[in-house]
Design a protein around this ligand. Structure first.
Ligand code: SF4
Ligand code: SF4
Length: 321
């Protein structure tokens, strides 16, 4: 397997987050270590992106604003390497004092950031009251910072709620009617990975059906149309959270000895991984799987728990969340 070039992607500055969204691809949350990307790792990620054909990146997390000084440093490095920052993602949880928010936005504008992607969804509303989102939206308007509300549709839904409090998914289901939570994937892109697998992709196929449906390698792994690189110097192939390629190994064939799992998934897909895991004592836990990625995660969790450290199964916290 080889990642030859990079199309479009982002930098994960940290995995710790004020939220613990039930759809989060990276299973982020407050319990992750408070580690933030260093200037050196960010610089290597930017240089690699440019070398492989990607001159711009977005910045996300976790919640990138939880260490604003470190975020400023990342932006300085981006400038020095000549990479454009398309936008920074934020859940607005830090937007309490409007003057302070404005100050930070002005700082970002001076560092060349022109857009924030503001996360707005039922999942975020479990931990972020709307009043903070409104504060950020107002501050963006007053400073000239561009916004990308993701998504506006939910902001419209929430206009009748009390902006000062949070709401659980169960409360939202009561307010908006049965099926409101189940219908979210029809209104909002939810990738079958991380926590979303347990929320939305549990039922569908028997194990036998699933293995028959996907007898070939996972082409997703070499898709670079929405890639991420993280603070630990890893590249996440194909949005398959919990899988990791060292950034230094991008642009080359991945050595079989160091990447047995990724090479297997790339060549033989979930069927190959399942057969390998069975030979190591794996037994499937469910009667039904809504996605091959749910089985993949179950197998990878088994490998981490029973067979120790594989550096391509990282970060370990992802498996222990
Ligand atoms: S989806 Fe975003 S805001 Fe929610 S836990 Fe994940 S990183 Fe945090
Ligand atoms: S089965 Fe695994 S490797 Fe394949 S796309 Fe899903 S998560 Fe990625």
């Amino acid at each position: 397997m080889e990642i030859k070039y990079l199309q479009s992607g982002g930098l994960i500055t940290n995995y710790y987050c004020t939220c613990s969204c039930r759809h989060c691809l990276y299973r982020c949350g407050p319990h992750w270590p408070k580690n933030y990307i260093s200037a050196t790792v960010a610089g290597i990620a930017f240089e690699t992106a440019i070398r492989l054909g990607c001159p711009s990146l977005h910045i996300g997390g976790g919640e990138p604003f939880l260490n604003f000084r470190a975020l400023e440093e990342v932006l300085n490095v981006a400038r020095s390497k000549g990479i454009e920052v398309e936008y920074i993602e934020t859940n607005a949880s830090w937007c309490i004092d409007e003057d302070r928010v404005r100050e930070r936005l002005e700082k970002l504008l001076s560092l060349g950031v022109t857009t924030l992607l503001i996360s707005i969804s039922p999942f975020h509303l479990e931990r972020v009251p709307l009043v903070r989102t409104y504060t950020l939206l107002r501050a963006c308007k007053n400073t000239g910072m561009g916004i990308f509300p993701w998504s506006q549709e939910f902001l419209n839904d929430f206009s009748r709620l009390n902006p000062k409090r949070c709401y659980t998914l169960e409360e939202l289901e009561e307010i908006f009617g049965p099926g409101y939570i189940k219908n979210i994937p029809n209104r909002y892109w939810i990738h079958p990975g991380g926590r979303a697998l347990e929320l939305y992709f549990q039922e569908g196929f028997t194990l036998e059906q699933l293995l028959e449906l996907f007898p070939y390698g996972c082409e997703e792994l070499t898709n670079t149309s929405h890639f991420h690189m993280d603070l630990y110097g890893n590249y996440v192939p194909g949005l398959c959270s919990g899988l990791a390629i060292s950034v230094a190994d991008l642009g080359h064939q991945l050595p079989q000895g160091r990447y047995p799992i990724l090479n297997l998934l790339s060549e033989k897909g979930i069927k190959g991984l399942f057969e390998m895991a069975c030979s190591m004592g794996f037994k499937a836990k469910r009667r039904s799987y809504g996605s091959k990625c749910l089985l993949c995660l179950e197998i990878r969790s088994f490998l981490v728990e029973k067979k120790g450290v594989f550096h391509e199964l990282a970060p370990l916290e992802f498996y222990y969340q």
